[in-house]
Design a protein. Sequence first.
Length: 390
Amino acid sequence: MAILNYALITLLFVLLPALVLWLCRRFPLLDKLGPIMILYGLGILIGNIGWRPAEMHVVQDIATSATVPLAIPMMLYACRFTLAEASMQLRVCISGFMAAFLAIVIGYIFFGKYLPEGAEIGGIMSGMYTGGMVNAAALQQIFHVEEQAYVIMCSYDIVVSFLYLVFLVSVGYKLFRWLYGEHSSKELTAEDRAELERKIAEQKRNPYEGLWSKSGMKELAKIVGVTLLLVALSALSTLPFPKEWFMVIFILMLSTLGVVCSFFKPIRSLNRSFDIGMYLIYIFSIAMASMADFSTLNLADGANQIAFLCIAVFGSLLLHTIFCRLMRVDADSMTVSSVAFVNSPPFVPMMVVAMKNKSVLITGLGAGIVGYALGNHFGVLMAKLLEMMG
């Protein structure tokens, strides 16, 4: 019976993301909600329906502990770091990190410090709002934040980030153009629109199609092989340090080696690496969400968490707007880089289409790539700073 339970729970966590991705491609409403939000909902349902065999805890621990270290370098292999538009990307990144830093510090002073593990939650938010969900998952592994607190934070983040994106797509970018004194926008040519629509279609395609073909399996073997090598090197790098520093050094070294590998063409050309890493994050999401017990939910903590998130998201947007203006960054570059930081790079083409300004596409994607690369390091530093603030 125990072996059967292990098998059923493992298959549940591994195959449900595939089902959710298939449903998202078929139904536009589910696609708008996004796989992460749906998987968190399913995970919470699984963890709170009363079915908790003893074997589930073991599978949950393995799923949440193993997926993130493997996903981090995989999602960094495909990053493109170029000198093109380096000045603009440097300015928007400096502005974005400064804005996140100040907004999260302010939010922590007023609300975050009253949360259990508030400093660690602030560190996770710092990585999430400069990088993405993979950074949040990695930082959760570093800080060992209580599962329920992490799931609640991510659930609230999905709602707050969605409202933020709706604001920008509908009226926000027009407001920022007006504030910056940029009243006109260049219409997209037919070729520009076709190119952007192609990029959006690429993001909606099934990235796992052909994975089990001979060529797909060969590429998968290369991705897994390189990743396991980096995991081994990262583990070895922790040996000179005390045991309590293992996860911090391990994750940060993995992030650094993943970035280094992105400069080697044979590794950077492994096109499926990002999507395979993302699938591991989907498994992490449903397994982590299934660990939350909502029967012990604290409403006061929930109110503080929502307020903390709102200040982090909308406060960083306001500060990013001010800093970019001071650094002579145009309104559209400011807007698209903010989307890359808060919502992650896959949302950048959609924002570019809404603004009808193809010229800022590279700036937005570049900002998101820097966020992926530095988000874990930034999150660790922020958590230590917030901890010192009490």
